[in-house]
Design a protein around this ligand. Sequence first.
Ligand SMILES: Nc1ncnc2c1ncn2[C@@H]1O[C@H](COP(=O)(O)OP(=O)(O)OP(=O)(O)O)[C@@H](O)[C@H]1O
Length: 318
Amino acid sequence: MASAVVKPETAPEHCPGTESDQAGKASACAGCPNQNICSTAPKGPDPGIAQVKESLQAVKNKILVLSGKGGVGKSTVTALLSRALAASDSEKNIAVLDIDICGPSQPRVLGVLDEQVHQSGSGWSPVYVDDNLSVMSIGFLLDSPDSAIIWRGPKKNGMIRQFLSQVDWGSLDYLLMDTPPGTSDEHLSAITYLSQADLTGAIIVTTPQEVALLDVRKEIDFCRKSKINILGVVENMAEFICPCCQKSSQIFKPTTGGAKKMCEDLTIPFLGSLPLDPKIAKCSDEGKNFFEEVPDSPVVKAIERVVEGLVAKCDEMH
Ligand SMILES: Nc1ncnc2c1ncn2[C@@H]1O[C@H](COP(=O)(O)OP(=O)(O)OP(=O)(O)O)[C@@H](O)[C@H]1O
């Protein structure tokens, strides 16, 4: 996986990057406010990269969950997948890492909003949702769930390094990392720190609408350029099945064939479609386990199929 060149926000156009041998010495550095720091700072890769590798050694599958557009259900799908993976085998340990620093939603969706994380000698202890399902999120470190976090790139970068290197997960089969929409500072930090840590790949969540698929294509391009293996695309809110008459309607109409057709065109795996079910939104808001609350929803079968495909893809990687 390629690691991103680290540049300060105030860097000149041809900045060689703070880790380059040329940092502070290249002709582009003349007049840069960081020139002095760059020319005297220790060189070489960020030590956090080695710390993350070491810390995630006992995590078998490390998966980024991405989306092009906001609000397509990435956090909901992450939570559903984690619960379904945990329920599929009690011997397997699953965890969710919420690296959506500005909009952490996993504590609410997984029903552990009032919990707190504890720091021990071996790092932060994650919060346990179930015996084999744990979660870590910046949401646990905020004074109130409504506190907004307005951080610049370097501070987010530091928090992501800490999250990836200082959480005491124990041994894990799957670590699902919920990210913000698009490609932002959080993504660049995460892929830099995971560059030596054997990232298994990424799941991309979308709705069937062309406006969402357009942004998914950009996300696919980002994965390809960053050499991130795409485990597959999940299409969310693909249809609404009326609970009274069982009639199916497409709320977000796929004008260009939807996610499946896009995956065929771009030769990437399609993991499946999840229906829109208002009970999902209700359970997420209340932090309830959807699989226990609504076991007969068509979403349950659909998510199980996605999990089967995902497990098969991950197994292929080992
Ligand atoms: N299949 C579904 N059926 C019904 N509601 C859903 C479904 N998937 C997600 N939702 C609802 O849609 C809203 C957006 O979902 P969610 O917060 O997971 O999106 P997101 O892509 O993570 O958003 P963000 O861009 O903020 O990260 C939430 O209210 C959620 O409960």
